[in-house]
Ligand binder design. Structure first.
Ligand SMILES: Nc1ncnc2c1ncn2[C@@H]1O[C@H](COP(=O)(O)OP(=O)(O)OP(=O)(O)O)[C@@H](O)[C@H]1O
Length: 309
């Protein structure tokens, strides 16, 4: 196992989840995840509310016991990796002591680790120098997140797990946060963050793992995942449309699905301009045409219906 603060071999698995499952009574929050994350990857866990992102992070950190399967960090138990200072985490609602200052909070954590950053360095990296002497209880939402980030990185960890780190931040605070994160990932560290936002995942991750109902529905580069999510939905009326027409529509360029309700058709297309041109060329009687961006939920649904990975 590499020592804290030293970067090990590239491509070494940092996180290995195998058959990971977690049920709460009748609810299965995580439903058989197999996932390997390697050193240096910046991975977004992207999914809607209740997709299982937080539960996955908790299981990965050993904060909760799996119903089945295993979670390993650096080839060992999560606990061993955490004790060795290799892992930093920023969880939703993770507490800072309200009566301490930001600097004191960071110093408290630094004191229990073997080779921490200096407190000043952690504060600088998390853009907390100016709020270092403020009491935690007096911080704004965005400032609190920055302080929690300073606490998460002070052990100088190889792996950071962040559960919706920018949840309480406005646009400017988000920008600053990701700028400080970039400094961290540029050093070849591994970062996994949960988010609802495709644009955040797209800008900051080099791999996106999409979760829905506790399962992985897509896993790829932002370009690959965006191609799935950014398709368009075309709705139109085609008087007298029949099954033969439908087969013709399905074979048009970029069409990924088609539904017919009477004369009304609804189709998903990857490149809607090309599809629409072809559609109008073949069916000039097409009218009441609407083209809308597919919502993230539609994309998730399309992914699970298609069983895509
Ligand atoms: N301690 C718990 N007891 C019962 N159900 C739970 C518990 N923790 C999570 N769940 C349920 O498990 C499912 C997954 O929740 P989880 O918090 O992991 O999702 P999430 O993707 O992080 O959602 P969010 O974006 O809202 O944080 C949800 O249906 C949630 O209600």
């Amino acid at each position: 196992m590499p020592q804290p603060g030293t970067l090990g071999t590239v491509n070494e698995p940092v996180i290995e989840l195998a058959g990971l499952r977690k049920s709460f009574g009748r609810i299965t929050a995580v439903d058989g995840l197999d996932l390997t994350i390697r050193r240096g990857e910046v991975v977004a866990l992207l999914g809607p509310n209740g997709a299982g992102k937080s539960t996955t992070i908790d299981l990965t950190l050993g904060l909760s016991t799996p119903t089945a399967g295993t979670a390993q960090l650096f080839g060992d138990t999560p606990r061993a990796a955490i004790v060795s200072g290799q892992v930093g985490a920023m969880l939703q609602g993770g507490a800072l002591l309200p009566t301490t200052t930001v600097r004191e909070s960071v110093a408290l954590i630094a004191a229990v680790h073997r080779s921490p950053l200096t407190v000043d360095e952690a504060l600088r990296r998390a853009r907390c120098t100016e709020i270092a002497d403020q009491k935690v209880a007096k911080l704004s939402g965005g400032q609190t997140q920055r302080a929690r980030f300073a606490v998460a990185i002070v052990s100088n960890p190889e792996l950071l797990l962040l559960d919706e780190p920018t949840a309480a931040m406005d646009v400017e605070a988000r920008r600053t946060f990701w700028e400080s994160m970039r400094e961290y990932t540029d050093e070849g560290r591994t970062v996994v963050f949960a988010t609802h936002y495709l644009d955040e995942a797209d800008t900051f991750a080099d791999r996106i793992v999409m979760l829905r109902a506790g399962r992985i529905v897509a896993d790829g580069t932002p370009t690959q995942v965006k191609a799935i999510v950014s398709g368009r939905r075309i709705r139109a009326t085609l008087p007298g449309v029949d099954e033969t027409d439908a087969a013709g529509i399905r074979s048009l360029p970029g069409v990924t699905s088609l539904e017919l309700r009477g004369d009304r058709l609804e189709l998903d297309a990857e490149h809607s301009d090309d599809t629409l041109r072809a559609l109008l060329g073949r069916f000039p009687a097409l009218r009441d045409i609407e083209v809308t961006a597919r919502s993230m939920d539609d994309a998730f649904l399309a992914l699970t219906e298609g069983g895509a990975r």
